[in-house]
Design a binder for this molecule. Structure first.
Ligand code: SF4
Length: 345
């Protein structure tokens, strides 16, 4: 299947107070139709900026974006602002971390869902109202018709985020981009919103690009996982392959931090690379327990296949996804060192 979204050599740079910030530094990944892809990494890894660049939510006046973002065959980076508008909230929906930012406090929740429908679709007010009530009901707003005229401040945090999901679904998107959509919510509500998104993804057969720092969430919902560090993709593959046989030392370190995974529960030593002055060579080398002298020179290692990627015994949820990593240990010249062959999980 051709990917619905194909991101190639995406680079995003800003002018910061301390110099040019290389927030995203040559990122490649795909999202297949109907697939759930999780972009995962620590804060500062560039995952949010990478997502926001897909529909240019970052003003180009403040950022320089290069590379290719092909959505259903169209390179979105080549589109004018007005042409891109038809994708935002249309075929590509967004849900952000803080529902407060997506809702206007001076309009009722219902009016905002109606607006999200009518901006892209030719609907009468009454037809859009009926659709909006249906959407609010589907996302779990009890007694949706009665709550239609409530203002955002009359909704709890979880209900606000459900309303934002309803707005994102208004035009039946092919791709929903959700950036840490549960992080700002109470723990008990997080689970409900996560379940809602997973149900909607399956029911509508839409692709879901989910940004998170939480590998537990990834294990639960992802078909494919893309691990980012310092603006680069360190590893990607079917979630089964990556969790069963993590190839990149950074992924291994992240997984070792997961409670309940083996005996070890660790934190990764050192801190995230400075995006205004990233280290030469592999961006992870100052923190990598397997670093070789050559890891400190040149560019980020090539992103290459590390295994066939059969998605495990059942072929994986997303079929055959190549398992790839950016690490010199997978160059032809190297055999895996003993430290990596002795799995710690
Ligand atoms: Fe570690 Fe070198 Fe691989 Fe980077 S390239 S992850 S420093 S072994």
């Amino acid at each position: 299947t051709d990917p619905l979204l194909a991101v190639r050599d995406l680079r995003v740079r800003f002018d910061g107070d301390d110099g040019t910030v290389r927030a995203v530094d040559g990122v490649d990944f795909d999202v297949a139709p109907g697939e759930t892809v999780c972009l995962v990494g620590e804060s500062g890894s560039g995952k949010t900026v990478a997502c926001e660049s897909i529909t240019r939510l970052i003003p180009t006046g403040s950022a320089e974006i290069s590379g290719e973002v092909r959505f259903d065959g169209t390179d979105l980076t080549a589109l004018s602002e007005s042409a891109l508008e038809s994708y935002r909230g249309g075929r590509i929906g967004h849900v952000f971390q803080n529902p407060q930012d997506a809702l206007d406090p001076v309009y009722t929740v219902g009016a905002q869902v109606v607006e999200a429908i009518r901006i892209h679709r030719d609907r009468s007010k009454s037809a859009a109202r009926a659709e909006a009530i249906g959407l609010l009901d589907r996302v779990g707003i009890g007694d949706a018709a009665a709550r239609f005229d409530d203002y955002p401040h009359q909704f709890s945090g979880g209900m606000k985020q459900r309303a934002v999901v309803a707005m994102a679904l208004a035009c039946d998107p092919d791709l929903l981009i959700a950036d840490e959509p549960t992080t700002a919510l109470d723990v008990t509500i997080q689970r409900q919103v996560l379940d809602l998104l997973a149900d909607l993804q399956a029911e509508r057969e839409m692709a879901l690009l989910f940004v998170t720092h939480d590998l537990g969430v990834v294990a639960e919902i992802a078909d494919r996982v893309v691990v980012m560090y310092a603006g680069n993709v360190m590893e990607s593959g079917d979630v089964y392959d990556v969790f069963e046989a993590p190839a990149h030392p950074y992924t291994r370190a992240l997984l070792a931090c997961l409670p309940g995974r083996g005996e070890r529960f660790e934190t990764i030593g050192g801190s995230m690379a400075d995006p205004t002055d990233p280290p030469d060579g592999c961006r992870f080398h100052p923190r990598c327990p397997h670093a070789l002298p050559e890891c400190e020179e040149g560019d980020q290692p090539a992103f290459r296949a590390v295994a066939a990627g059969d998605g495990g015994a059942d072929g994986g949820k997303s079929g055959s996804v190549e398992h790839r990593a950016s690490c010199v240990l997978y160059d032809d010249a190297h055999a895996l060192p003993p430290a990596l062959e002795v799995a710690d999980d």
